[in-house]
Write a protein that binds this ligand. Structure first.
Ligand SMILES: Nc1ncnc2c1ncn2[C@@H]1O[C@H](COP(=O)(O)OP(=O)(O)OP(=O)(O)O)[C@@H](O)[C@H]1O
Ligand SMILES: [Mg+2]
Length: 252
């Protein structure tokens, strides 16, 4: 079992990468759960799910009721299995998708009910050896400070060639280290070969898991609302990234 969080600046391709990896892992026989941690939910659509996936934030007070123990304590293991079933949808490849919605995730180390509930959901999502959990994080890096990605095995930072992305990467590295995430990999998306992109890449000192070229195919998939794997957009590049992840994690 492996937990992977996908992070990066807005619009760099986090959701695209999450969907492609989910598809490729599922194709290899892994049982895949993907959680959309962005308050504007779009991962289910990119994975070809037509029905609405209800955000878990809808649960509101139910969360508190489930999590609260006697005398103001929190239960370590609140009941979440029914919610997991009700709030997740499977796509045609058996990929299970959940959405957080705008859950107040609280600060790091915060023992608020939402955090306890979220951790219980994450624990519940992972129980077999050949399971992969993918977290499509919200844009920016603030969420890292809130601890949603705590306990992930690998944090993938998606960057577009550009100084702003590389600077964001430095901040991601620092926050990830604070959270105790040891493995960080970088995916360069919307890559266009040039002298200046080459120089920029030299400034990245983390492992580059792969480069995905800029390709109109993704724009077409988005416009026509087709999952990008159905159009096989740069599928070879994603396959290599997936293989590298498996190597890095030491087999899943
Ligand atoms: N390699 C690529 N080449 C061209 N366009 C791409 C590429 N990858 C993604 N895109 C397009 O860029 C847009 C943003 O992608 P995506 O939604 O995956 O980014 P995101 O990081 O999840 O964004 P957000 O921060 O809004 O959640 C989409 O229209 C997508 O089709
Ligand atoms: Mg997204």
């Amino acid at each position: 079992m492996v937990k992977i969080a996908i992070s990066g600046k807005g619009g760099v391709g986090k959701t695209t990468l999450a969907a492609m990896l989910a598809y490729l892992f599922a194709k290899d026989g892994y049982s895949v759960t993907a959680i959309d941690c962005d308050s504007s939910i779009n991962l289910p659509t990119v994975l070809g799910i037509k029905e609405d996936v209800r955000p878990m934030s809808e649960l509101g007070e139910v969360i508190e009721e489930r999590v609260k123990g006697p005398l103001g304590t929190f239960k370590y293991n609140p009941k979440v299995d029914d919610i997991f079933e009700e709030y997740s949808k499977k796509n045609e490849f058996g990929i299970r998708v959940l959405a957080l919605g705008t859950i107040e995730k609280g600060g790091e180390g915060c023992f608020c009910p939402q955090n306890a509930f979220l951790r219980a959901i994450l624990r519940h999502a992972i129980f077999r050896e050949k399971d992969v959990l993918l977290l499509d994080m919200e844009a920016g890096i603030e969420h890292l400070g809130r601890g949603t990605a705590k306990g992930v095995d690998l944090l993938i930072a998606v960057v577009e060639p550009g100084m702003r992305s590389v600077e964001t990467l430095k901040r991601i590295e620092k926050l990830a280290a604070d959270l105790g995430i040891r493995k960080i990999g970088v995916v360069i998306n919307k890559f266009i070969e040039s002298e200046s992109t080459k120089k920029l890449l030299e400034r990245i000192d983390k492992e580059i898991l792969g480069k995905i070229p800029y390709n109109q195919c993704f724009i077409r998939a988005d416009l026509e609302n087709i999952p990008p794997y159905k159009l096989e957009c740069e599928i070879g590049a994603f396959e290599e990234i997936k293989n590298r992840i498996v190597e890095l994690i030491g087999g899943v």
